[in-house]
Design a protein around this ligand. Structure first.
Ligand code: NIG
Ligand code: FE
Length: 416
């Protein structure tokens, strides 16, 4: 049966080009006041002014849901590390006592300290944990999330993580898009030999993940003490050859060249971008790479430096926003907090931030032709918020304002 959502004080459709939005186009929200959205069979049939949507032939018999709030496309969180066995509370205590990311790594914390529990965990328990976390994302209005592996760092455990993402789909309506991040750090067995480990990843893990179709993307952490820009380009080109689309963690802790290395391999997105310079931004623009900013991680790490969103936007590079939800540098699943951090600390306008969290997030996952905007023919992934004005989503912070989350035309929060 069709559903007619009415009582929408403001609807942001993000109607526009079938492409990532850059520059001034990031501020075009497609705002409609006093709106309605009609959905049938999981697809948006009509969206716009209430009076015209109500005249649609399917509207009369549709189930009516009066929402009394603001409607947006469901958030597309294009960067998460949602699969991990345990929170890293020891790292957290060290950080609160003044230790930096590098201090924590040197003391045996950081990414490597997550692998023991992940390797020991059974696949079923892992899938159940992912599904339980997915419920938290849905509560906050996220309808699609990318999920990276990267805390196993062996053939068996990396594939186990990706299979857990696949299997979690039976237990959650959150759409999960898997990314192989075997090149996240060098596991202890390789005794600091990053090249030997990367050779192993390319010979063993990449081909098997690709053959079993366990991942859509391949990602690598390009940073001093992890993997070099040269290794990044070679690895991502090999991933692309095997059918995995490249992504890169780059310029997070220093300007090291990962963004340019990723762009050279045709990366769909370069993520973090805290320390990008003009030549990195130009490389993204020329390669059509999206800059995915993760300011909630800067907040959590207590950094005063945030990614230079204004410069990136003014140079014409499309910007996406994502949580970076992970146990080490960002224990936050709420995209509404990310909106606040982006506006308050990166100088993004509410319009740009909302575009970055929806339509551009979808393009950072290569699915912008199907999700991320509220126009007829798109998947009915919607979220409704307790607000009069869409800017309240970026203004209030610290709690979720979500009233209702709809995935493929079905209400999945709060009733799921
Ligand atoms: O995006 N930079 C590398 N990866 C994660 C951190 C993962 C961790 O510390 O567990 C990030 O910040
Ligand atoms: Fe990350």
């Amino acid at each position: 049966m069709a559903i007619l959502f009415t009582g929408i004080k403001q609807l942001l459709t993000f109607a526009g080009d079938n492409a990532p939005r850059a520059g001034a186009a990031m501020r075009e929200t497609g705002l409609v006041k006093n709106a309605a959205v009609l959905v049938e069979k999981g697809i948006i049939v009509a969206a716009g002014p209430r009076a015209s949507v109500s005249r649609h032939s399917l509207a009369k018999k549709a189930r009516k849901v009066e929402v009394n709030g603001v409607c947006l496309p469901g958030f597309v969180d294009s960067h998460t590390h949602m699969v991990f066995a345990e929170p890293r509370l020891k790292d957290f205590s060290m950080r609160t006592a003044g230790a930096s990311y590098q201090d924590i790594k040197a003391a045996g914390g950081g990414i490597i300290s997550s692998i023991g529990a992940v390797r020991a965990q059974g696949g079923k328990a892992m899938a159940a944990q992912v599904a339980a976390r997915a419920a938290r994302f849905l509560e906050c209005g996220t309808t699609t999330a990318e999920v990276k592996s990267g805390y196993g760092l062996s053939l068996e455990s990396e594939l186990k993580m990706l299979r857990a993402v696949r299997d979690a789909r039976d237990f959650t309506p959150l759409e999960l898009i898997p990314t192989l991040l075997a090149a996240h750090s060098v596991p202890p067995e390789f005794k600091g030999d990053a090249q030997a480990y990367l050779d192993y990843v390319m010979a063993e893990i990449l081909p098997k993940a690709a053959a079993e179709k366990l991942a859509v993307f391949a990602d690598i952490f390009c940073e001093k003490g992890y993997f070099t820009p040269e290794q990044t380009t070679v690895y991502l080109k090999e991933a692309a050859r095997l059918g995995l689309r490249p992504k890169v963690h780059s310029e997070q802790l220093s300007n090291y060249g990962g963004t340019r290395a990723g762009a050279a391999a045709g990366a769909v997105s370069a993520d973090h971008a805290d320390h990008v310079f003009a030549e990195d931004i130009a490389a993204m623009r020329d390669a059509g790479t999206i800059a995915t900013l993760l300011p909630a991680s800067n907040y959590y790490l207590g950094l005063s430096k945030y990614p230079p969103a204004r410069e990136i936007i003014s140079e014409g590079v499309p910007v996406a926003l994502a949580t970076d939800f992970n146990p080490g540098t960002c224990p936050c699943w709420n995209m509404q907090f990310v909106l606040s951090a982006a506006c308050t600390h990166c100088g993004m306008t509410p319009e740009e931030a909302l575009c970055a969290a929806t339509v551009n997030g979808a393009w950072a996952l290569g699915i912008g032709d199907r999700v991320g905007s509220v126009v007829p023919g798109m998947q009915a992934d919607l979220a409704f918020y307790d607000a009069e004005d869409y800017r309240e989503l970026c203004y209030y912070f610290g709690a979720s304002q979500t009233l209702l989350t709809v995935k493929k035309g079905r209400v999945v929060h709060p009733r799921f």
